[in-house]
Design a protein around this ligand. Structure first.
Ligand code: PMP
Length: 360
């Protein structure tokens, strides 16, 4: 029996995708072999790779000015890969810190440059808001401005992406890419690990504006130098072939669902139901300012924290899994990515109401 999986990542995948991957495991399209066993330069895998690239460009509505790259190294790898590719002759980069992930990006950048804290969303309640552009204090000539547009741990999402003129915006979109349309043209770089809305761990997607490909530092490893990766169509080194195949199946699934507009409508309905339940309750709470609440990751707390284990045990009995909050903030967190159906959120809110009524 499949459970409702609220993991923050690696996370739930569409059942159709898993079934198709299972069906094709031993013999992909009559090739007599698994995708895992194919040469990445052979005709079969090249067709999988090209189709995945075309489909993700299509879903993202990526303009011709931007390249889509398939890499490895995950979100944290990008914290080093971004400065090594983006600093050029400059030695300052600006950071908007809205939670743990952008804080990690800010700290790692200090190995390569002088990171400048342009704004922070930290309040007395922890990270609870995305500072507005009017609050950002940018340095004079930063190489780029970095932000994490969806903070997976704190549940803070940035909806208002400003125009920064000549300064490129670099965004960690790991945990909300493909959850709704994003205006790619506004970003110099977008990056994200695949293990949420894209597919399985092991693949990192980087979307980079072509004119930014000439800024890499000489210390940048060739396998992570975006210009080299772009020139080799993401085949400079062996790409994570199976993860690209799974991502390709997810992209096709998303297209069958009607694309990002349609998935956004569903995600809105799911998150609205959960936040309304939390707000109507006197037992559950969420601390994030309303206009910055993530539609993907919903942290919530019980008024009586000594009931946390009871809550998780009861959830498990109903097949509601992986609801424990990140250890750095405690409480609960429901990650409701694209592959988590509305029925899963309905089952969760029913359980929350029952818990509050009978055991709180
Ligand atoms: N950024 C964000 C927004 C994340 O959610 C995560 C992982 N949950 C990371 C970065 C780190 O990704 P990875 O573990 O793939 O390095």
């Amino acid at each position: 029996m499949r459970v409702f999986n609220f993991s923050a990542g690696p996370a739930a995948l569409p059942e159709e995708v898993l079934r198709q991957a299972a069906d094709e495991m031993l013999d992909w399209h009559g090739s007599g072999m698994s995708v895992m066993e194919m040469s990445h330069r052979g005709r079969e895998f090249m067709s999988i790779h090209e189709e995945a690239l075309t489909d993700v460009r299509d879903l993202l509505q990526a303009p011709a000015s931007h390249r889509v790259l398939f890499l490895q190294g995950g979100g944290l790898g990008e914290n080093a890969i971004v400065p090594m590719n983006m600093l050029g002759k400059r030695d300052v980069a600006d950071f908007v810190v809205t939670g743990s992930w952008s804080q990690k990006s800010f700290k790692e950048a200090a190995k390569y440059c002088k990171p400048h804290l342009a704004a922070s969303g930290e309040t007395a309640n922890g990270f609870t808001r995305a500072p507005k552009r009017s609050e950002w204090q940018l340095s004079d000539d930063p190489a780029y401005v970095h932000l994490c547009t969806n903070e997976t741990i704190h549940g803070v999402e940035t909806f208002d992406i400003p125009e920064l003129g000549d300064v490129p915006l670099v965004a960690d979109v790991s945990s909300h890419v493909l959850s709704r349309p994003l205006d790619v043209a506004k970003y110099g770089v977008m990056y994200g690990g695949a293990q949420k809305n894209i597919g399985m761990a092991g693949l990192t997607i980087v979307v980079v504006r072509e004119d930014l490909l000439d800024r890499a530092l000489s210390i940048c490893p060739s396998a992570f130098e975006w210009r080299i990766v772009a020139e080799n169509n993401s085949m400079y080194n062996t790409p994570p072939t199976y993860a690209i195949y799974i991502a390709g199946l997810v992209f096709k699934w998303l297209k069958r669902q009607g694309g990002l507009k349609e998935i956004e409508a569903r995600n809105l309905e799911k998150s609205k139901l959960l936040y309304e339940t939390i707000d109507a309750s006197s037992f559950f709470s969420n601390k994030v300012e309303r206009e910055s609440r993530s539609r993907m990751n919903v942290p919530f707390f019980l008024a009586d924290e000594s009931r946390n284990d009871d809550f998780l045990a009861g959830a498990k009995e109903r097949g509601l899994m992986q609801l424990k909050g990140h250890k750095s903030v405690g409480g609960m967190r429901a990650s409701i990515y694209n592959a988590v159906p509305l029925e899963g959120v309905k089952a969760l809110v029913e359980y929350m109401k029952d818990f509050e009524r009978t055991r709180a």
